[in-house]
Design a protein around this ligand. Structure first.
Ligand code: GLA
Length: 376
């Protein structure tokens, strides 16, 4: 990736790139649909990332070429106008950084990456953080990961128009190699937790892509807000399972199911971080399985393909646990697998899923990588 990008830069601009930045996608081990409820998440930054090779300009223009889209785009930092297409992510980040008064310089850049789009691995957050890192490289403002993540989230919420929480941007900005991050989405406190020894994180792409996810996502958010309102709290983070059980009967059944997912998922996520600290893979796996069931039955954001994949993985003797990951409705599942059985797991789960669905899955073994960084 690095070399291909440097060569493409040389071919296009006739000189070597002055900076090379990257920002990773993510996979979430547990803590799904909890971030916008001020709750807990436990993602890790993956090896797949968005990369930008660049050189500063002396004016306020940004000129970008995307190798994936084979398309060029440019904009002026003094005249940002909304349009549509991939350039809205870089523009949105420029808008958000300038809105808080950061002085930006223009640059020429080439973008490339290997985070699949629409698969639930946060390709947009990776693009946003890579762009923020590129502006950082040429403009020299302070790099505070949590602040950068918040500004990237604002770009996505307000400029691109997707109402996401903070998880994806924060893990892309702040990921720690060989660790997942327990994130408190209220305080933004980050606690690195090591992956249990002898276990491997495997990403299982169902080869289905989510449809209508935005409207379903916004609906879930509204249902969670309605539940928080009923309990008289700021967010469902503030409701314990005991409080929920005592008062759930007064809730509309569908709202009660949504709330039960979020409240139980927060507990599972804290327990999962504890299991990881103790190196207890089996316990972590059980919690992942329970998370999948809750997302399937209570939050109702899984899909037939995601269920087939999670079940195929869970049925394998080398698997500690598996669940859908990300917003849902399609994309990827994540499994925790015993290192000694990895090869058999990949072959057998692929065949099992293929038999059941007639779809060919993509299986990726990943370690936890570092968050957004300047490589050159
Ligand atoms: C998407 C959003 C995140 C989070 C997850 C669900 O990835 O971007 O903020 O809400 O869905 O956990």
């Amino acid at each position: 990736m690095k070399q291909a990008l440097q060569q493409a830069f040389m071919a296009r601009f006739g000189e070597a790139a002055r900076h090379l930045v990257r920002a990773p996608g993510r996979v979430n081990l547990i803590g799904e649909h909890t971030d916008y409820n001020d709750g807990f998440v436990l993602p890790l930054a993956i090896e797949r990332a968005v990369w930008i090779a660049l050189r500063p300009r002396n004016d306020r223009r940004v000129q970008l070429f995307s190798l994936e889209f084979n398309s060029e785009g440019q904009f002026d930092l003094d005249r940002l106008e909304q349009a549509s297409g991939w350039l809205e992510y870089p523009k949105g980040v420029a808008w958000a950084l300038q809105e808080v008064g950061l002085g930006l310089r223009g640059f020429d850049g080439i973008i490339s990456g290997d985070v699949p789009r629409g698969a639930g691995l946060s390709s947009s957050a990776a693009l946003e953080l890579a762009v923020a890192k590129a502006f950082h490289a040429v403009s020299g403002f302070a790099w505070e990961p949590a602040r950068m993540a918040q500004l990237a989230q604002r770009a996505e919420n307000r400029w691109v128009g997707v109402n996401c929480g903070i998880m994806d941007q924060l893990i892309s900005a702040a990921g720690v190699a060989h660790h997942a991050l327990l994130i408190d989405c209220r305080s933004l406190e980050l606690t690195p937790v090591p992956l249990p020894p002898g276990s491997i994180v495997v990403i299982l792409d169902t080869a289905t892509r989510r449809g209508l996810v935005d409207s379903a996502y916004n609906e879930r958010r509204r249902q969670c807000e309605a539940a928080a309102h009923y309990f008289g709290v700021t967010a469902l983070r503030d409701v314990s399972l005991a409080q929920f059980s005592a008062a759930a009967a007064g809730l509309e059944p569908i709202i009660a199911k949504r709330a039960r997912h979020v409240i139980s998922e927060n507990e599972r996520t804290l327990q999962a971080a504890e299991a990881m600290r103790q190196g207890h893979s089996a316990r972590l796996g059980q919690l992942m399985n329970a998370s999948h069931a809750s997302l399937r039955d209570d939050f109702e954001v899984s899909s037939a393909a995601l269920n087939a994949m999670a079940e195929a993985a869970q049925a394998h003797p080398g698997c500690f646990g598996a669940r859908m990951t990300g917003a849902g409705f399609g994309g990827c599942a994540v499994a925790l697998v015993a290192e000694a059985q990895l090869t058999a797991f990949v072959a057998e789960v692929t065949a099992h899923y293929q038999r059941r669905t007639s779809l060919t899955p993509q299986v990726t073994v990943t370690t936890a990588s570092q968050g957004a960084s300047e490589v050159l």
